[in-house]
Structures are given as structure tokens and as C-alpha cells.
Write a protein that binds this ligand. Structure first.
Ligand code: HEC
Length: 165
């Protein structure tokens, strides 16, 4: 996992040190001030969207699965470093990223995304709403650092954060 963080930090720094990722596009307009890129725009490329949307988690979001998902989020998945301990997008590493990590507690997140789209991002990473931002920080994680099964668990946990309590 150390190597994963190394990669993440490396990319974050490269982006901060002056390529077009920083400040090139004003991400304001949705979410945290000057923060998240537009949540209404899918992150999956158009040609792949229908297939990604159709993909379903292999298990239900039970309390047991959510406990496991939370453990991954706060543990070996390292999601909290960017997305924050409560999933609000305010983790420590968010400061060095060109755009802010998704705030999973935003109720629109759950409405606008299917679990299958999120799995696509977890496998392929995100290039932001334009599809052209190198090093958003959201790197491919499933297949590299987490199994697909663990990926589903952590995604179901993230989705649950946007539910009304
Ligand atoms: C190095 C920072 C970083 C880490 C670590 C990280 N993320 Fe992200 N994540 C981001 C950023 C930045 C975005 C926003 C990308 C965008 O707007 O396109 C994002 C977006 C996402 C999205 C897409 C939301 C959408 O709108 O479609 C999902 C899903 C996601 N992250 C899940 C995870 C999970 C699960 C983990 C842990 C296994 C994780 N992330 C770890 C930075 C990170």
C-alpha cells in the first residue's frame, strides 16, 4: 500500500508543479466552493456509459457489507486520505490535488450515479468532467490495489453515506 500512496503523491505533486491540471478550469459551480468538478457530468466515457451503468454489485448492501466497506475505506483502500474520514471530500491529501475528491455525503451523488459507473471509475480512474485532467488523484484502484469484491464493498459503503440517516 505504501507504493500506491507513493504513486498518488507523485502524481499529485507533478500536477501541482505546473501542468495544465491546476486552475486551468474553474471547477466552481457545484459542490464545495472551488472544489469538486461538476457531479452532473458522467466520468465514464460516452461509448462505455451504457455498459458501465448496467453493471450491478454482486451482493446487497447489508449492514455486514457496510462494516467491511468502511474498514476498507479507512484502512487498506486509503480512500479516506483524499475523500476524508467521513467521506466529505476533505481528506488531508485533497489539498495537493487539482480538483477536489468527491463528497460522498452529497445526496445527489447517490441519485446521479449507478454503482456500475462507480466501479468503472474504480477500475479505470477519473480524468475529471472533461475527461482530460491528468492526475485527478482518482487512480485505477481495483485490479491494482484492491480486488473487485473489496471494490464493491467500499463502493456500497460510499453510496450509503449519501443516504438520509
Ligand atoms: C489520491 C486521492 C484519492 C484517493 C486515495 C481516492 N480517491 Fe476517489 N476520487 C479522488 C478525486 C480527486 C475524485 C474526483 C474525480 C472527478 O471529479 O472526476 C475522486 C472520485 C471518486 C469516485 C467517482 C465519483 C463520481 O462522481 O463518479 C469514486 C467512486 C471514488 N473516487 C471512489 C474512491 C474509493 C473507493 C477510494 C478508495 C479505494 C478512493 N476513491 C480513493 C481522489 C482520490
Amino acid at each position: 500500500m505504501r507504493s500506491f500512496l507513493g504513486v498518488v503523491m507523485g502524481i499529485g505533486l507533478a500536477v501541482c508543479m505546473g501542468n495544465e491540471g491546476v486552475g486551468a478550469v474553474n471547477p466552481a459551480g457545484y459542490g464545495q466552493p472551488g472544489g469538486e468538478y461538476d457531479i452532473r457530468i458522467p466520468r465514464v466515457p460516452v461509448g462505455k456509459l451504457a455498459k458501465a451503468k448496467a453493471l450491478k454489485p454482486p451482493f446487497e448492501s447489508t449492514p455486514e457489507i457496510l462494516v467491511e466497506g468502511k474498514e476498507i475505506f479507512l484502512g487498506r483502500g486509503t480512500c479516506f486520505r483524499c475523500h476524508g474520514k467521513e467521506g466529505k471530500g476533505d481528506g488531508g491529501a485533497a489539498k495537493i490535488l487539482p480538483i477536489q475528491p468527491r463528497n460522498f455525503t452529497n445526496p445527489r451523488f447517490k441519485k446521479l450515479r449507478t454503482p456500475g459507473e462507480l466501479m468503472w471509475v474504480l477500475k479505470n480512474g477519473s480524468l475529471g468532467q472533461t475527461g482530460k485532467v491528468p492526475g485527478t488523484g482518482m487512480l485505477p484502484i481495483v485490479g491494482q490495489y484492491l480486488s473487485e469484491e473489496d471494490g464493491w464493498k467500499v463502493l456500497l459503503y460510499e453510496i450509503s453515506l449519501g443516504e438520509e440517516k
